[in-house]
Write a protein that binds this ligand. Structure first.
Ligand SMILES: C[S@@+](CC[C@H](N)C(=O)[O-])C[C@H]1O[C@@H](n2cnc3c(N)ncnc32)[C@H](O)[C@@H]1O
Length: 502
């Protein structure tokens, strides 16, 4: 069945059957802080505070990256990468360590994922990696090693120039293209459906003769001097080259109803071109960084099977899922499955057992919070829930602590109260996987009550609150002040609900 996975693609790629995919298209993080910050901002409409986990955090040589780099020789050997290439990488990576450590971190992140992707491709499979000139030449060196230089097919240029004139004051050439690197598993791989544009007028005009049946033709001279008729109605058109100028980006055109407001969203037409060319009918397409599911929509339109993966829950649950249901009329559980997102407390327990960090991330994101960067060391806090509070200046946050273990005691609540006093936050929320039971609940409540209430918009909000995972599944959320935007707005409605709750 077609599947959407929530999680780091590395983990999911490692569990997929080898040689099972016809086409991989990936549009991974590759650019700047700005891009990834913008993902959050545009998805949620909320600004991005410093502490949250932004993807650029990955491009530092932290402990996780160092571990991956240490493990690389084994991975490289297991993937059958040529020894000379491996030697070259070693020297090159050592040089990068002192000159461009963040690039080294990024490349090591990409290499470990690309190696797993290679194992998933069928012998007739293809991979297209979408990036921009900031990293394309570095990635190409790595891809040449992993997929072999002989299997490199094309560097496609997607011209996504912004014709709105918005950037015309830039003091440089306006950045106008992305790079898409195309490799086949095997150099002899066939190309499926070639696309053609209509012939230009000057070419059509060269068919200036007409036969007795009214068909237009021109005459070629063969090397032996004989002549051959070439008919206009047999011309397929002008074959699409590796430079694609006919697919506008959403910066230029976003009024087609296709734009999901996902900052890095690519047009379906771009993906349809790639899929038609490189995935056989009824074949399987994998997008390990699927964002708002553009590849999936294109694969669905063309009758291919698909698998999409994204690490951001809002991409999977709030954008991709909605796109599949509303634009493609697909039904979750019947036409496709979502994996990795707990659907009930047992699923949440299972996630906790498998991956504690992922569980905390899920719990924070499930209630619309932002996960704290592992690197920022934000006072042991697992996340923050942001809200606007008139009269208090900037955006305010509720600090979040997530506990998955069974023995959550009063000290956890006291510690969280300590955090609240040290932090600039006005509120703190505790999420627990297991209901602590009646007696503990009473103790927790009296400790939390000592933190007092926050008064806003004429209402009182407890500064410390607790939610169990079960309550989250029942639709309960922390009560935080929202910016009232109108009588019928959701924020206003929340306030009304809260005001009327006991
Ligand atoms: C450039 S966007 C892809 C946009 C996509 N092509 C579209 O049209 O919507 C990159 C995506 O990769 C996701 N991502 C980042 N790191 C990831 C990882 N390790 N595993 C899976 N997804 C990841 C981000 O959440 C983001 O949605």
């Amino acid at each position: 069945m077609n599947r959407l996975y929530y999680g780091d693609c590395l983990t999911i790629l490692q569990e997929m059957p080898l040689k099972s995919v016809d086409l991989i298209y990936l549009d991974p993080p590759f650019n700047s802080d700005r891009s990834y910050n913008a993902i959050y901002k545009d998805e949620t409409g909320r600004p991005l505070p410093d502490q949250i986990e932004a993807f650029n955090d990955m491009w530092t040589l932290d402990e996780e990256r160092e571990r991956a780099i240490r493990h690389m020789p084994i991975l490289v050997r297991e993937a059958g990468i040529d020894d000379d290439v491996a030697q070259f990488w070693k020297i090159w990576m050592n040089a990068l360590r002192s000159t461009q450590p963040s690039l080294l971190a990024y490349l090591s992140y990409m290499v470990e994922r690309l190696i797993w992707m290679k194992g998933l491709l069928k012998p007739t499979g293809s991979i297209y990696l979408h990036c921009d000139p900031t990293a394309s030449h570095y990635i190409k060196i790595m891809m040449d090693g992993i997929f072999q230089h002989g299997n490199f097919k094309r560097e496609c240029i997607w011209s996504n120039e912004d014709s709105s004139g918005f950037k015309s004051r830039a003091s440089n050439w306006i950045r106008g293209h992305d790079v898409i690197l195309y490799y086949a598993s095997n150099a002899k791989k066939t190309f499926f459906e070639k696309e053609y544009f209509p012939l230009v007028e000057s070419t059509v005009n060269r068919y200036d003769k007409m036969d007795s049946e009214g068909r237009r033709y021109k005459i070629y001279k063969n090397p032996d001097g004989t002549e051959r008729k070439s008919y206009l109605n047999q011309e397929r058109g002008r074959a699409v080259s590796s430079v694609w100028t006919d697919v506008p980006s959403f910066q230029t055109v976003n009024n087609t109803g296709e734009y999901m407001n996902y900052n890095t969203q690519k047009p379906v037409a771009l993906l349809e071109r790639i899929i038609k060319a490189s995935c056989p009918p009824y074949g399987t397409v994998l997008d390990p960084f699927c964002g708002c599911a553009t590849t999936i929509e294109a694969a669905h339109n063309l009758g291919r099977k698909w698998i999409g993966i994204d690490i951001a829950i809002h991409a999977i649950k709030r954008v991709a899922k909605i796109r599949l249901e509303q634009r493609l009329n697909l039904t979750d559980g019947i036409d496709f499955e979502i994996e990795g997102v707990p659907r009930d407390p047992e699923g949440a327990q299972d996630l906790w057992n498998r991956d504690k960090y992922h569980f905390q991330k899920w719990a924070v994101e499930e209630i619309d919070g932002f996960v704290t960067s592992r690197k920022s060391g934000d006072g042991g806090i697992d996340g923050r829930l942001y809200y606007d509070l008139q009269g208090y200046g900037d955006l305010q946050s509720m600090v979040l602590e997530v506990k998955g273990g069974r023995n959550v005691g009063i000290n956890t609540v006291r510690d969280l109260r300590g955090v609240l006093e040290r932090d600039t936050a006005l509120m703190a929320g505790l999420i627990v996987l297991h209901d602590p039971g009646e007696r503990k609940r009473r103790n927790f409540a009296s400790e939390m009550a000592q933190a007092g209430d926050l008064e806003a918009y004429g209402l009182h909000f407890p500064r410390m609150q607790m939610l169990t995972v079960e309550e989250i599944f029942d639709g309960r959320r922390f009560k935080i002040p929202g910016q009232a935007r109108g009588k019928n707005s959701k924020a206003q409605q929340n306030l009304i609900d809260f005001a009327s709750s006991p």
